[in-house]
Design a protein around this ligand. Structure first.
Ligand code: SF4
Length: 980
């Protein structure tokens, strides 16, 4: 099929440029090539030849309703297709049958042979010719389904042909009629007949099930199967069949539901190889090359499939590392950044932005990632260089073998991919698109299967495979309009009215042959439904889903359901009256567990039902057995009770004052080692946020491909670096106040740093990056102008100065608390300026984010501590200066137009009183940490909206807080909110 489609493509591309070519705009669409092959096959099966078609077009088939240009283009394509076949010396599938018939006619048939034919109910012209040639003079027996039931109208034409061909009719009665329940017998005879008041005898053999969706429909079928096998000892799973018009979506959903319910299922049509994990891996490999290795897709390959074991094979860690390295995709980017992978780490808070050191394990994992990616990139080069299907197949199978763990499935898929090599016979160049389409077609084919009835499981098959068989209990799901009956689809290249007209002209020309009209196939759907119903001998359940789960829209039950009711009741049926049918069951959307828990399909339903009963009857005891079954259940119940039931903070709110926790918290005590001012501010904002970020060390990892623009943290870091390097340069050249060329220097430095940052890839979309760069350039120019205005008074003395970390811990700046305790600080100060007399000092802290609504000299209830702590740290840093400068103030400088280059300051005036306040705040924090008090203090508007952990806290956190805020253990902390 794929080879024929490729020939059709060649034929289409050959004439695509011609102005008169009707199909020009779709000439290279894969769907068009397949449709063209189907139309050509149809015409050849109708025993038409391109010359006959030509005659018909010029012999009057074209009238005002028919498009001459279209038909002539179709003729040109057909001829091009045949010409290529002939040049290659090949036959397509239809030619092969014609060739075989010719051989058969030449050889003649043995008179003693007996031909037995079954499984036909309609014949194309080529098949009729074959039968004539094959049956010839020999005895032939044709088993042909026909009946007085109106559903067999579709077979009538073929029956008449058999008669005209000299076959004698003998009637064998109804298949399975002797064993069929009277009600079912009545149904299969009366289906699609006009209701005439004749009702079926005893009721109960036919059920109609309406379920909310396909998944629920499958679940209810499983329930019916279990109930039927329980009720009748002689009924085995293999006596039951599920018959569908089309296997999907039922194959997937039934397989899953039946597996959980422990019911063996014999799936007659296994899924195509492309749906197996290794088949998906093969398709994904091709997509990776086509899209040039996007990071997310590469990680889908690494994490989604069973990789071959190797040192450093850790796909989840690879995902993290590639995000940290800011890789978005592209072979070039992978090649450039792979050497750096593993070395980049998320920075700490804004006071301690240094990366963490590389560990041995991390190095091994990074090496594993490099090996994996080098193999993938090499595969990309191989596939791009491949000019034949053989070399493309070798590249794909080689990569699958190198990267995936060995398995039988891997062997099957690689064998299937090897079949691509057959296409080289066409002599076409195997470009990426052609290989992709061929691979998809190859792996999309359903494997050949045989219908076996000796399995131990419930048989699941489509009606074409199951027709003619008998099962005691049969389910026919999926009875929804447009699913069963499947709507008749016209051939887009040769519509029915064109076929009709062509047939008339062909008859007039006496060339024989008849093109089938597609619309007529709707009658076949009735036959298929009748055949599906006829499979049941004791009970039949037809069912339909009412809702489409993807859109939530109502689904219309198939009118075949109504015809079923009419056949059984003898009365006209309507959708509104459907519920009155005695065998009708409507499964509600709201309920999962059944009323009778003995009818539960699996443990989940049974357990849910028990819990529901316990809640309804208010006797929890009936559900307590779940504690023994699942530790998660008990933990869930405990969490629920502690979080929502208690009126004081519990461990589920971050109150870790349990004897088992307190010793572990020792090393996190604020007095234990130097702590950064911003970490202390985090505690002041919300102790639970501090617990997650500082104690548990959790952080959010942004996926680089999701970044629209540079992140606020990266922007801040970039601006800090530019300003530091700029001032450093001026200081080295002793160039203060800034010289005349300062703006040019700043501009050069800015461009260098912007280019360096762009190498990380974390810049978002190109347009947004251009806008961000422009804003950064303009903001920095304004900062320089503002600097120049006060350059005569203040001069930068210390830049990006670290404190507390690099020296002996005892040398870190600190605040003495009560009882001889002390909290020490560490971090980094952006800048300390001295005045021209070197007697006065000030601390400058650049801010690049949004402006906070802070008042001067404010502690904001313990949430604003950086400025007073910087004053202490700066004093510590300048301690050995003679004369010692007096620290006047510290201020945030918002270095952006968005924040209007505003400043918020904290002065050293009235310092003893401010120091006492600071001691009270830090003392309270230290007590909380020692006592394990990390309760969440939410504020949706001010804090939680900007918090990385909003998802962890979930909904309802403010209600929980209001319920527990009077807990005496929280009183000291919450009392700090009074501090201005
Ligand atoms: S979401 Fe709110 S309550 Fe939760 S940690 Fe963040 S700030 Fe605290």
């Amino acid at each position: 099929g794929q080879a024929a489609a490729l020939l059709a493509r060649e034929a289409a591309l050959e004439v695509a440029g011609e102005g008169s070519f009707y199909f020009g705009p779709i000439a290279d669409r894969a769907g068009f090539h397949q449709a063209l092959v189907r139309t050509i096959t149809d015409m050849k099966e109708a025993l038409l030849r391109a010359d006959t078609f030509d005659q018909a077009i010029h012999g009057g088939a074209v009238d005002k309703e028919m498009h001459a240009r279209k038909l002539l283009s179709l003729l040109g394509l057909w001829r091009g297709y045949e010409r290529r076949l002939s040049e290659l010396g090949r036959l397509d599938g239809t030619d092969l049958v014609t060739f075989a018939i010719g051989g058969l006619m030449q050889a003649g048939t043995d008179e003693a042979s007996l031909a037995v034919l079954y499984g036909f109910y309609d014949l194309n012209e080529q098949q009729k010719w074959l039968l004539n040639a094959f049956c010839g003079d020999s005895d032939s027996l044709v088993l042909f389904p026909t009946d007085a039931c109106p559903a067999f109208a579709w077979t009538e034409k073929t029956r008449q042909w058999f008669e005209s061909a000299g076959f004698q009719a003998e009637h064998y009665g109804h298949a399975g009629a002797g064993r069929r329940a009277p009600e079912l017998q009545h149904l299969v005879r009366r289906l699609f007949a006009r209701p005439d008041g004749s009702a079926a005898p005893a009721a109960g053999a036919v059920g109609i099930l309406s379920a909310p969706g396909v998944a629920r429909e499958a679940r209810e079928i499983a329930r019916e199967v279990l109930a039927a096998v329980d009720a009748d000892e002689s009924l085995r799973f293999s006596d039951i069949a599920i018959v569908v018009r089309t296997v999907e979506p039922y194959r997937r959903v039934l397989t899953e539901v039946f597996e959980t319910a422990g019911i063996p299922l014999h799936v007659v049509h296994p899924p195509p190889l492309g749906e197996t994990p290794t088949g998906k891996a093969a398709l994904l490999l091709r997509e990776l090359v086509q899209r040039d290795f996007p990071r997310a897709k590469v990680m889908e390959f690494a994490t989604g499939f069973d990789l071959a074991e190797g040192e450093g094979t850790a796909p989840v860690a690879w995902d993290q590392m590639t995000m940290e390295a800011g890789i978005v995709g592209g072979s070039k980017e992978w090649t450039e950044r792979l050497p750096r992978v593993g070395a980049c780490r998320q920075p700490g808070d804004e006071d301690t932005p240094e990366p963490e050191p590389l560990t041995e394990r991390r190095e091994a994992v990074a090496n594993g990632l490099r090996r994996f990616m080098r193999r993938l990139l090499a595969f990309g080069e191989e596939l791009r260089a491949a000019s034949t299907f053989t070399s493309a197949a070798a590249a794909i199978t080689g990569c699958l073998r190198d990267l995936l763990a060995p398995s039988a499935e891997r062997d099957t898929v690689t064998r299937a991919v090897d079949a691509l090599t057959d296409l080289d016979v066409l002599g076409q160049t195997a470009d990426g698109t052609t290989v992709g389409r061929a691979l998809e077609a190859l792996l999309g084919n359903e494997p050949d299967t045989a219908f076996v009835t000796d399995s131990n499981g419930v048989v699941f098959a489509d009606v074409m495979a199951a027709r003619g068989t008998s099962f005691r209990l049969v389910f026919v799901p999926g009875l929804v309009e447009k699913s069963f009956p499947v709507p008749a689809r016209q051939d887009p290249l040769l519509l029915d009215h064109e076929r009709f007209r062509l047939n008339n002209v062909l008859t007039g020309l006496g060339t024989g042959g008849e093109l089938p009209e597609k619309g007529a196939r709707i009658a076949e759907e009735k036959l298929l439904y009748r055949l599906a119903c006829g499979i049941a001998t004791e009970r039949l359940v037809v069912s339909y889903p009412r809702l489409d789960p993807t859109t939530g829209r109502d689904l219309m039950p198939s009118h075949f359901v109504l015809r079923t009711v009419e056949a059984l009741t003898g009365e006209r049926a309507t959708l509104q009256a459907l519920e009155a049918f005695p065998g009708y069951v409507r499964v509600p959307l709201s309920r999962l567990p059944p009323e009778d828990l003995g009818r539960s399909v699996d443990r989940l339903e049974f357990d849910l039902g028990q819990v529901e009963r316990a809640l309804r009857g208010n006797h929890a005891g009936t559900a307590l057995y779940l504690k023994q079954l699942s530790k998660h259940f008990e933990r869930g119940v405990r969490a629920e009770r502690n979080r929502w039931g208690a009126t004081q903070f519990t461990a589920w709110d971050g109150m870790l004052d349990l004897p088992s926790c307190l010793p572990l918290l020792g090393e996190h005590a604020l007095e234990h080692e130097p702590v950064s001012p911003s970490a202390l501010e985090t505690f002041g904002t919300c102790p639970y946020r501090y617990l997650l970020s500082q104690v548990f060390r959790l952080s959010v990892q942004e996926e680089p491909e999701r970044a629209i623009t540079i992140s606020p943290a990266d922007r801040g870091e970039l601006i800090h670096t530019i300003l530091e390097r700029f001032h450093e340069g001026l200081r080295e050249g002793n160039s203060w106040p800034p010289p005349l060329d300062a703006e040019e220097r700043l501009s050069k430095l800015t461009e260098t740093e912007l280019d360096r940052f762009a190498q990380t890839g974390a810049v978002g979309f190109p347009l947004f990056w251009e806008l961000a760069k422009q804003t950064i350039r303009e903001d920095l120019r304004t900062v320089l102008r503002l600097e120049q205005a006060e350059a005569g008074v203040w001069r930068p003395e210390l830049l990006e100065q670290k404190y507390g970390r690099d020296e002996q811990a005892t040398g870190a700046p600190s605040i003495e608390l009560a009882e001889g305790r002390a909290v020490r600080f560490s971090g980094r100060i952006d800048r300390v300026d001295l005045d021209t007399t070197k007697q006065r000092a000030r601390v400058v802290d650049y801010k690049t984010g949004r402006k906070q609504s802070l008042k001067p000299d404010s502690f904001a209830g313990g949430t604003s501590l950086q400025l007073p702590l910087y004053l202490i740290a700066a004093k510590h840093l300048l301690a050995d200066r003679k004369p010692q400068p007096e620290l006047e103030r510290a201020f945030f400088w918002y270095v952006s137009a968005k924040a209007e280059f505003g400043r918020v300051e904290f002065t050293a005036g009235d310092w003893p009183s401010k120091l006492e306040t600071l001691k009270r705040i830090l003392g309270t924090f230290a007590d909380c940490v020692r006592g394990g008090s990390f309760f969440a203090v939410p504020d949706e508007a001010k804090k939680c909206g900007y918090c990385d952990f909003a998802l962890v806290c979930g909904a309802g956190k403010e209600q929980v807080f209001q319920r527990k805020e009077r807990d005496p253990r929280a009183a000291a902390y919450l009392g700090l909110s009074d501090i201005a």
